[in-house]
Design a protein around this ligand. Structure first.
Ligand code: CA
Length: 222
């Protein structure tokens, strides 16, 4: 899961980021509404503080909808008054948390939203003979789980999320490396070639094509 965290207090942002990353959640952080707009991309959820230096966080929600970004939003606020909660839900937030809250609860709610979005959308994608289960984060070939090291699985998951489309190199690198270490210039290509070999070994019927200067594309092998 990848989320956009919009929170201006540096300490709060860093505590949340660390706690979420420990749960394998990739966190993009923005400190203002303007920064959030600049960082919009593929996210499974948005965690949105209400009081931001350039305005009420809730004003972001109509802007997301105008861009057809149908991403679930959890609003955060320091205020516990009922009016505030109602305003949040009226503005289109999917869930609401009052500060201070336990980070485990935020993780639980993110997971719940994620599950809900996958039961309303497809939670599996089939390409060639391979089924990718986004909910259990598992690749299956003829009902047999394909064992993949974490980075190869993240590469596969990112590509198979949009089969037949070019996924930018930077998107793949972020998906694989946001959690920790620095990126070696050929590391992504090395993971891709190992993944290709694994897929070929089990005759998954999948082709991963390099798109020059852009990235990679996954599709059923012809
Ligand atoms: Ca704030």
């Amino acid at each position: 899961m990848r989320i956009l965290l919009i929170e201006d207090e540096p300490e709060m942002a860093s505590v949340l980021k660390t706690a979420l990353e420990r749960q394998d959640i990739i966190v993009d952080h923005a400190a203002t509404l303007a920064e959030a707009m600049a960082r919009l991309g593929y996210h499974d959820a948005v965690v949105l503080d209400r009081r931001l230096p350039d305005g009420d966080g809730l004003t972001l929600i109509p802007r997301l909808r105008a861009l057809h970004l149908d991403v679930p939003v959890i609003a955060l606020t320091a205020l516990s008054v009922l009016d505030d909660r109602v305003a949040g839900l009226d503005a289109g937030a999917d869930d609401y948390m009052v500060k201070p809250f336990a980070t485990v609860e935020l993780v639980a709610r993110l997971n719940a939203l994620h599950r809900r979005s996958f039961t309303t959308r497809a939670n599996q994608t089939v390409v060639g003979r391979l089924t990718y289960d986004f909910r259990h984060r598992e690749a299956l070939v003829e009902d047999q789980a394909l064992e993949l090291p974490r980075r190869q699985r993240l590469v596969l998951e990112t590509l198979i999320h949009r089969p037949g489309r070019t996924i930018m190199r930077s998107t793949l690198e972020e998906a694989v490396y946001a959690l920790d270490d620095e990126i070696g210039s050929n590391a992504l290509d090395a993971h891709i070639s190992r993944l290709r070999r694994k897929l070929d070994d089990v005759a998954a019927g999948i082709e991963i094509r390099a798109i020059r200067n852009l990235g990679y594309l996954l599709r059923a092998a012809s």
